[in-house]
Design a protein around this ligand. Structure first.
Ligand SMILES: Cc1cc2nc3c(=O)[nH]c(=O)nc-3n(C[C@H](O)[C@H](O)[C@H](O)COP(=O)(O)OP(=O)(O)OC[C@H]3O[C@@H](n4cnc5c(N)ncnc54)[C@H](O)[C@@H]3O)c2cc1C
Length: 400
């Protein structure tokens, strides 16, 4: 199928769809198409996550995460309300269970305040009043944190785009890129697409798409699986809203938390273990090229050296349920193994620099024809509508 587009977006996850929406609303982009390799939108990270609308607590002031999370969450609350997507402002507790976590809790409060997040510090009895099963010394109460269903957000975005005349071409995978004068020619599984500009929102494949486009990405994607359990029927009332541990500052993930989902279920997780394939949703799914890369890439060897202790503990908790339950009991002492049943996992696209450090902030790279989103981990779903506006501004500057 041949097409002549102004802007082509690779990836029908929440970031790609939000970018298309912002381009439509900006009004200057002309013909826009979204290419998605899977049969439906939101098939990977955007449809396999905790569904939490983050409030901007964790991120260094001034970072893109800090700038976009708070305003993005407000925009997402409005979008969900307008489009009939379930959304609730549940509030959340970040709970310190040991004295050595208190300085980190205080640092989180400082960051949150600097980022304009409404929060208050509460003591153990206030924690128990709000969440009777949870035990802790002190906690931050963040009233604006909430919950939604980002898969449903993707479906609503796709429906809105269809109504605006934007094609979301599912089952269409980008395989090659070449230039023809002032056009890019994108080779896909359903034929060639000619386009003036392109945006790479390919998530777990964003580095390989950048390479297809002739860019040497500043960081490569390392897939980290996040595994969940859910509360067995009859035990969903263990937690009322959102309960998080104090995160390890050396690690970009938030730690196993309790999430009251939009459908009323209670999820416990996610952990963070290296996936054996980019879309490796369980230990049985592996890819030989990915494993070869894991073993040979000096960046990943440096990463493994730095995090081997945390990584080994995470893998042990993944393999042995009682270890996972024991870790979760730190927040919820009454939790029993029989309370939890396995739930589907998600895989995070986390960018790693050549020196083995994890890219903490969102990372975007541009050239004359492309905008590449090279790192869009959590809270990118929360912030997606704002990220989309930022990318649309970058594309708009090229179109002008
Ligand atoms: C376990 C887990 C928990 C999380 N919890 C939260 C949370 O509570 N709150 C929050 O804000 N964020 C959370 N996140 C992060 C959030 O889900 C992601 O930041 C966000 O979904 C990223 O969206 P995306 O569009 O960049 O990527 P994706 O949703 O992965 O979309 C990329 C799309 O590109 C497509 N694609 C790839 N290659 C090609 C190609 N060559 N051609 C065509 N299409 C292609 C893929 O099929 C995919 O659909 C979580 C993530 C995980 C994994």
């Amino acid at each position: 199928m041949a097409g002549d587009e102004d802007v082509t977006i690779i990836g029908g996850g929440i970031v790609g769809l939000a970018t298309a929406r912002a381009l439509v609303r900006g009004g200057a982009a002309g013909r826009i198409v979204v290419l998605e390799k899977e049969p439906a939108v939101g098939a990977h990270q955007s449809g396999h996550n905790s569904g939490v609308l983050h409030s901007g607590l964790y991120y260094p002031p001034g970072s893109a995460k800090a700038r976009f999370a708070r305003t993005g969450a407000e925009a997402m609350h409005r979008f969900c309300a307008e489009h009939g997507v379930p959304v609730r402002r549940t509030g959340k507790l970040v709970v310190a269970t040991r004295p050595e976590q208190l300085p980190r809790l205080a640092e989180l409060a400082r960051r949150g305040t600097a980022n304009g997040v409404r929060l208050s510090e509460v003591d153990g009895s206030a924690i128990a009043e709000r969440e009777p099963q949870v035990r802790g010394l002190r906690a931050l109460l963040v009233p604006d944190a909430g919950i939604t269903d980002f898969g449903a957000v993707c479906a609503a975005l796709a429906a809105e785009l269809a109504a605006d005349g934007v094609e979301v071409r599912a089952g269409c995978e980008l395989r090659s890129v070449r230039r023809d004068g002032d056009r890019l020619v994108l080779g896909t599984t359903t034929g060639e697409v000619r386009t003036r500009f392109a945006v790479n929102c390919a998530g777990l494949h964003s580095d390989t798409v950048a390479e297809l486009a002739g860019t040497r990405p500043a960081a490569r994607i390392l897939p980290f699986r996040g595994e969940y359990y859910e509360a067995a029927p009859g035990r969903r009332d263990l937690v009322r809203a959102l309960v998080y541990p104090v995160p390890d500052p050396a690690f970009p993930f938030l730690g196993v938390h309790f999430t009251r989902m939009a459908d009323g279920g209670l999820h416990v997780g996610p952990n963070a273990v290296p996936a054996l394939a980019r879309e490796g949703y369980d230990w049985r799914t592996w890819s030989a090229p990915h494993l070869r890369r894991l073993l040979r890439d000096p960046a990943l060897r440096a990463l493994a050296k730095r995090y081997w202790r945390t990584g080994a503990a995470e893998i042990a908790r993944s393999a042995v349920k009682p270890l996972f339950v024991r870790a979760a009991r730190e927040l919820l002492p009454g939790l029993r193994g029989t309370d939890l049943v396995p739930a589907p996992a998600g895989v995070r696209a986390q960018a790693v620099r050549p020196d083995g450090t994890l890219v903490d902030d969102f990372l975007v790279h541009e050239d004359d024809r492309w905008v590449h989103v090279l790192n869009a981990p959590s809270p990118a779903a929360t912030a997606s509508l704002r990220i989309g506006e930022d990318i649309a501004d970058r594309v708009g500057a090229k179109l002008a």
